[in-house]
Design a protein around this ligand. Sequence first.
Ligand SMILES: [Mn+2]
Length: 257
Amino acid sequence: MPLPPIAELTAASGWHAVDCISDLHLDAAHPATLQGLATYLGHTSADAVLILGDLFEVWVGDDAIAEPGSFEAEVCALLRQASRQRALYFMHGNRDFLVGEGFAQATGITLLTDPTLFTLGGQRWLLSHGDALCLDDMDYQRFRAMVRGSAWQARLLAQPLAARRAQARSIRSESEARKQSGAAYGDVDSAVALAWLRAAQAPCLIHGHTHRPADHLLAPGITRLVLSDWDLDAAEQRAEVLRLSAQGATRLPLDLA
Ligand SMILES: [Mn+2]
């Protein structure tokens, strides 16, 4: 697999703490998770927040923001307010790969490409959503290559918003059925993760996507930190941020973040 180009983001001089979050899978059916995000963004002591994909359960196109009363309009108003307080960044996930410049303009969020090398206080971290590294799921990788193509996206976005919403609902029920059937999702390929890290000259990969938060040692001094997904509507609530500073990376429960 050819190495992807690696973008770079350098912390601004006044930044001391930067948080990584991912996989909130926001939708109208999960109001507590959205409320948790609102509270976190309003109160965190982080100087910047990097959202590493799957902020939304699904994103059907930036034109949904302009639909009066839509869930997308509600979330973007919240993000717009938050981006006035601190810098926000967003990297695409496999659910919200259709997020575009319209979203960036509506929210004040800066879009990041996958992967991005982030540096702060002499530390280097390679950031990714993670789905591009799950190479054992070949069906998914074929699907990903298709839906990340600009021609495919342009054809989809040419359909009326209502048709895209209907399509998203049917894809969602298929994926729910797959989850119920117990089909296992792939995990990140360690050899390719190491190759990315070598190319970026970074000792640590940070990603989400798998919903299996853990710290993995890939080689001596080389680690892979998997972000937690968020679900504050579940009986067993999950939410966590990974805080980056000159001292390294620390997991914080939401109420300390
Ligand atoms: Mn994902």
